[in-house]
Design a protein around this ligand. Structure first.
Ligand code: ATP
Ligand code: MG
Length: 389
C-alpha cells in the first residue's frame, strides 16, 4: 500500500494575492528539508502538499522535520488508493487495522473535494463505517466523542485514508517575513525570541558579543548549539561573533558605573545595526522582556532604542518568564541555556545600575570615548560561523 504525507497549509490560505508567493516559499522549504532524508515527489493542490517517497525513502523519517516547518497547519501520514468505494473500504480496514483494533468507538469523516466522485460525503461515511463495523467486532460508532476518527479525503490525485492529523508548527513560511538579525546571548530568552520571529516568516542572521578571556570558548560553543536548535525551524543562520572585550574595558574605565550597562547595550545595538545593514537585515531582534532586569525598564529600553534607527523587535516584551521557559523547553533550547557559562553582559555588572537612565546624561557619559574606530574594529574583526541543523 502506498503511504504518503498530506500537508495542510496554515494561515497562508488566507493571504489573498500573496497566496502564491507564500505557497511557493513553503514548498521550497519542504523540498529543501526533506531532501536530506531521501527522494520525495512533491505536488500541491487545494492548499495541500502531497509528499510521496520514491524508491527506499520512508515517510516516517521525515515526520520530525515536517513538524518543524513554519506555515504548516497540520499533517498526516495517509494511504493513497484508487477512487473506488470498495477499494477504499478494504484499504481503510487494512491501513488502520492497528488503530481500529485498539479502540472501542470510532467515526468516519469524509471530505469530497473531487466533485466528480459519484458518492456524497455522508454516503461515503455510511459505506466505510458499515464495513468497519462488520470487520472489527470491538467497534461501535460514536459520532460525538469517538476514540478514533477515520478520515477519507476524495481528492483529484486519489482517495486518501488517515486518522486525525498532527498539529504542524503554525506560523508563516520562512522567507516571507523578510530578514532580521537576532542578538543572541547564551541565556534562555534570546533563542526563544529568534524562534518566535522565525515563526512569523523571518529569515535569521545572528550576532553574539564575546569578551574573551572573561568569557570562554565554551560560552561561544553554547551559542552555536542554541542556534543549531533554532535552525531546525528557521533554516540556516549566519552567526557573527563580535569581539567585545576592548569596548567593555574602555566603558568600565571611562563611564560612570551606574550607566555601564545601558552604554554597553547601546554600543551593542550600534554594532548590530551595522552588521544588519551589511547583511541586508531590516530589523534587530532581542530577547528583552519588560521589567525583567534593570536594563529592561521602559526608560532603559528607550535609551537603547535611541542609539539606532533600525526597528527593534522584542517578541518577549509582554511575556512572563514561565511562558518563555515553556517555549524554550518545547524547542529544546532550555537545557542548553541553563548550562553555566558566563555571558559578556554578566562580566561587568554594576552594583547599582540606573533603572531610569536619562538619555541626556547617557550621551554626555558616552562622549568621553572615541567610538568610531572601536566600533569599526569590532565589526571588521567579527568571526563568521555558518549554522545549519
Ligand atoms: P537572555 O536570556 O537572552 O540572555 P536576559 O533576560 O538575560 O536575556 P540580558 O542579558 O539583559 O537579558 O540581555 C537582553 C538581550 O540582549 C538578550 O535577550 C539578547 O537579545 C541581547 N544580548 C545580551 N547579551 C548578549 C550577547 N553577549 N550577545 C548578543 N546579544 C546579547
Ligand atoms: Mg542574558
Amino acid at each position: 500500500m502506498k503511504e504518503v504525507m498530506l500537508i495542510k497549509f496554515g494561515e497562508i490560505v488566507l493571504k489573498g494575492l500573496n497566496k502564491k508567493r507564500f505557497e511557493d516559499m513553503l514548498i521550497k522549504t519542504i523540498k529543501q528539508r526533506v531532501s536530506k532524508f531521501g527522494d520525495y515527489k512533491i505536488k500541491s493542490a487545494q492548499s495541500t502538499v502531497f509528499l510521496e517517497p520514491v524508491d527506499n525513502s520512508d515517510i516516517d523519517d521525515i515526520v520530525t522535520i515536517i513538524s518543524k516547518i513554519f506555515g504548516i497547519a497540520s499533517f498526516s501520514k495517509a494511504s493513497v488508493v484508487e477512487k473506488d468505494i470498495n477499494i477504499i473500504k478494504e484499504k481503510t480496514a487494512e491501513y488502520l487495522k492497528r488503530e481500529l483494533s485498539n479502540v472501542r468507538t470510532f467515526k468516519v469523516e469524509a471530505k469530497r473535494s473531487d466533485k466528480k466522485f459519484s458518492m456524497k460525503s455522508p454516503q461515503i461515511c455510511e459505506e466505510v463505517g458499515g464495513y468497519l463495523l462488520e470487520e472489527f467486532s470491538n467497534l461501535s460508532v460514536d459520532v460525538h466523542n469517538p476514540d478514533f476518527t477515520v478520515i477519507i479525503e476524495i481528492r483529484d490525485f486519489g482517495a486518501y485514508i488517515h486518522g486525525i492529523s498532527e498539529k504542524g508548527a503554525g506560523g508563516i513560511p520562512i522567507g516571507t517575513g523578510g530578514k532580521a538579525s537576532i542578538m543572541i546571548s547564551g541565556g534562555i530568552d534570546s533563542p526563544v525570541a529568534a524562534w518566535m520571529m522565525a515563526k512569523r516568516g523571518v529569515s535569521l542572521t545572528a550576532i553574539h558579543f564575546a569578551s574573551p578571556p572573561y568569557t570562554s570558548e565554551r560560552a561561544e560553543q553554547k551559542v552555536i548549539e542554541l542556534l543549531e536548535k533554532v535552525s531546525e525551524y528557521s533554516g540556516k543562520i549566519k552567526l557573527f561573533i563580535v569581539p567585545f572585550t576592548e569596548i567593555q574595558e574602555i566603558i568600565k574605565k571611562k563611564c560612570p558605573e551606574e550607566l555601564f550597562t545601558i552604554i554597553m547595550r547601546r554600543i551593542m545595538m550600534k554594532i548590530s545595526e551595522i552588521i544588519s545593514k551589511n547583511e541586508e537585515c531590516e530589523a534587530i531582534i532581542t530577547g528583552e522582556s519588560l521589567g525583567q532586569v534593570a536594563s529592561q525598564t521602559i526608560q532603559a529600553i528607550s535609551c537603547t532604542d535611541e542609539s539606532v534607527s533600525m526597528p527593534i523587535f522584542r517578541p518577549l516584551i509582554g511575556m512572563d518568564k514561565n511562558d518563555i521557559i515553556e517555549i524554550s523547553r518545547k524547542i529544546e533550547t532550555f537545557d542548553i541555556s541553563i548550562q553555566p557559562y558566563e555571558d559578556c553582559c554578566t562580566v561587568f555588572v554594576p552594583k547599582h545600575p540606573r533603572t531610569k537612565p536619562k538619555i541626556k546624561y547617557v550621551k554626555i557619559a558616552e562622549s568621553a570615548i572615541e567610538w568610531e574606530k572601536l566600533i569599526d574594529e569590532a565589526v571588521n574583526n567579527s568571526r563568521i560561523v555558518m549554522i545549519e541543523s
